[in-house]
Design a protein around this ligand. Structure first.
Ligand code: FEO
Length: 175
């Protein structure tokens, strides 16, 4: 049975993951408007991964006999100054999510909730990957600066990002 404080915190995290998906779908629309199909695809995959994170928390709460409470999702930004600006926001956002996950781990430890702590360790590893993949694109975009040909090459590479794999439980195994 989930402690009430832990349940509330996990429900807040579901909201944060939903916002993440919403944010990245907004970036899909932004990149579509620029005809950058690779960046659009990359963000679509990112948004799908966030929904997989939602399901992972959702299912965990239910399996522990808790109650999922969905809350309003804040509206995301809709415009960015440049592709670099959008990916820099992605990186900053993932760093914030890492902080949220770490706070959840702190609470699980405080409550001696080993099952939740164990589940959260997947997200601890996941956030290393999430930060790294966003930062890699930021660094590439910084390197090319305003070189349109370089942007074309990067966009083609971003189109290669694989879709997330799913497990039999509905929780994602993707990065
Ligand atoms: Fe769900 Fe990108 O962290």
């Amino acid at each position: 049975m989930l402690n009430d404080r832990m349940q509330d915190a996990l429900n807040e995290q579901i909201n944060a993951e939903l916002y993440s998906s919403y944010l990245y779908m907004s970036m899909v629309a932004y990149f579509d408007s620029l005809n950058l199909v690779g960046a659009s695809h990359w963000m679509r995959v990112q948004a799908q991964e966030e929904m997989a994170h939602v399901v992972k928390f959702f299912d965990f709460i239910s399996e522990r006999g808790g109650r999922v409470i969905l809350k309003p999702i804040a509206g995301p930004p809709t415009e960015w100054d440049s592709p670099l600006d959008a990916f820099e926001e992605t990186y900053r956002h993932e760093c914030e999510v890492t902080g949220l996950v770490n706070t959840l781990v702190d609470l699980a430890i405080e409550l001696s909730d080993h099952a939740t702590n164990n589940m959260l360790q997947w997200f601890v590893s996941e956030q290393v990957e999430e930060e790294s993949s966003a930062d890699a694109v930021v660094q590439q975009l910084k390197l090319i600066g305003s070189d349109g040909h370089g942007l074309f090459i990067i966009d083609r590479e971003l189109s290669q990002r694989a879709l997330p794999q799913t497990t039999g439980t509905g929780a994602a195994a993707g990065a």
